[in-house]
Design a protein around this ligand. Structure first.
Ligand code: ZN
Length: 132
């Protein structure tokens, strides 16, 4: 069974920054995981990731619907707990100033409601504010 992009996005939106930390290997999994994706362990502790992290990789998206300001950086950020979060930048005045290793604040923005549950998507803001 494969996951559609919509299912992936909705699942991530429900989880927000909640993860399940494997008590065997210490790595992060979705909160619904029954077995660790990394080592196969079956014991977890609930963890809420810190709303901060470091850019691991990114792309600058130029082709998006008109409702988006482009160019728009989209990144994978790793938190101090080792959790990875995929998201867009909020206010990227200088999208090409984003670099691997930059530190960001992660904000959860409400974007939809599904079956009575509010869905959130993570957005990143470069630390240090805007360079005037
Ligand atoms: Zn594990």
């Amino acid at each position: 069974m494969h996951t559609t992009m919509r299912e992936f996005r909705d699942r991530a939106a429900k989880f927000g920054l909640d993860r399940a930390e494997c008590t065997d290997c210490g790595r992060m999994n979705d909160p619904t995981a029954e077995l660790c994706y990394h080592c196969g362990g079956d014991a977890f502790e609930d963890v809420t990731l810190s709303p901060r992290g470091e850019v691991q990789t990114y792309v600058v998206q130029h082709a998006l619907p008109e409702t988006f300001d482009t160019p728009l950086p989209i990144a994978i950020v790793e938190t101090p707990e080792g959790g990875k979060v995929l998201g867009m930048f909020t206010e990227a005045d200088e999208p090409h100033s984003v670099a691997i290793g930059d530190t960001v604040t992660i904000e959860l923005k409400r974007f939809d409601r599904q079956d009575g549950q509010v869905l959130y998507e993570p957005k990143f803001r470069l630390d240090g504010g805007s360079s005037a």
